[in-house]
Design a protein around this ligand. Structure first.
Ligand code: UDP
Ligand code: MG
Length: 320
């Protein structure tokens, strides 16, 4: 069995690729590891794909997948996870900000120390302040929501047991939450390693504030879906019950008022003329609708197969 699969998402990183693949190969060869490098070209508009093909033609351990367009880092990682065959799978950014020198220690932590996931921590970070400040905030909130005590969820350098990556699926901006998703799936031994970080040597960053916000929205929906995907009725049914019961209680109150008024002999408005009656009606209808939504979700989840959200146009040194 191959010992290490190194997975690298690539979006317009042509200049970095030769240096990166040489560096990785040198480190793993020095330590005598059997390995593969899987580059996923995520719709680059520069010569990244030709570069990957060229490197793959020189070294059979270098493999490549070419997306038809830019699907995002999560899709690229998801694709590579499905192709990976190494006992330990290590993800790494293509821009030379992560150091391949960390590979042996990450491998050791997974295999010898038995971690399911080891996440890199860029303790000394070489990024502009416009990235590091939102990042601190993001990490704080993610720690709080997930209960996982990592300092640096977004670090591109992470290592996994093979079975972990085979059992999780990521899309959108979810690559930031892989440790969290792993934990939900029962892979709870999650570790952290301080890793060397470097300034970007070539090209520019692809992640701005907008993707940060999308990441937060993904976290909310992912947490929500994770919690209710097997039991949507628990969510919709609870809301539906609250709504329906409010409508019901208001109606009882209106009837009580009417009857009491008649009993007292005073003149009381028709129930249907009361403004509260309108509110009760809406609450009753919304309640029923929420229940129906719950039923539909239950029916859908029972035959819900995941569909791939990317397309490949080409690949090298890989079978289908
Ligand atoms: N990346 C990708 N698809 C995208 C954006 C980025 O595959 O749509 C890759 C990119 O080529 C790099 C990694 O994801 O290998 C991290 O991107 P970047 O260095 O821009 O992020 P930063 O380090 O600035 O957070
Ligand atoms: Mg980077």
């Amino acid at each position: 069995m191959t010992q290490i699969s190194i997975v690298v998402p690539v979006f317009n990183e042509q200049e970095s690729l030769p240096e990166l693949s040489n560096w990785i190969s040198r480190v793993v060869n020095d330590h005598g590891f059997s390995y593969e490098i899987i580059f996923v070209n995520d719709g680059s508009t520069d010569g990244s794909w030709s570069e990957i093909q060229r490197l793959a033609s020189l070294n059979p351990a270098i493999k490549g997948v070419n997306f038809t367009r830019n699907y995002g880092k999560s899709a690229a990682l998801d694709m590579a996870f499905s192709k990976a065959s190494g006992e330990v799978v290590i993800t790494m950014d293509a821009d030379l900000q992560d150091s391949p020198d960390e590979i042996p220690e990450l491998y050791h932590m997974i295999v010898e120390e038995g971690y399911d996931v080891v996440s890199g921590w860029k303790k000394k970070r070489y990024d502009p302040i416009s990235k590091t400040i939102p990042s601190k905030f993001f990490n704080g909130v993610t720690r709080w929501i997930s209960g996982i005590k990592l300092h640096d969820f977004n670090c591109g350098l992470k290592a996994y047991k093979l079975k972990v990556v085979k059992n999780i699926h990521i899309y959108g901006e979810m690559h930031r939450y892989i440790p969290l998703i792993a934990k939900w799936n029962g892979y709870t031994k999650i570790g952290e390693k301080v890793v060397e970080h470097r300034a970007r040597k070539y090209g520019v960053t692809k992640f701005g504030l907008e993707r940060f916000l999308n990441g937060f929205l993904d976290l909310i929906s992912v947490s929500f879906v994770n919690r209710y995907k097997k039991k949507p009725m628990h969510f919709f049914g609870t809301l539906g019950t609250v709504s329906f019961m409010s409508g019901f209680l208001i109606t009882i109150w209106l009837i009580f008022q009417k009857v009491y008024g008649l009993y007292q002999g005073s003149k009381v408005r028709e129930i249907t003329d009361q403004p509260l009656f309108f509110l009760a009606l809406v609450a009753l209808i919304v309640g029923v609708q929420l229940f129906l939504t719950g039923f539909i979700s239950e029916m859908m989840t029972s035959n819900n197969s995941r569909k791939a959200d990317y397309n490949i146009s080409d690949q090298v040194n890989l079978e289908d």
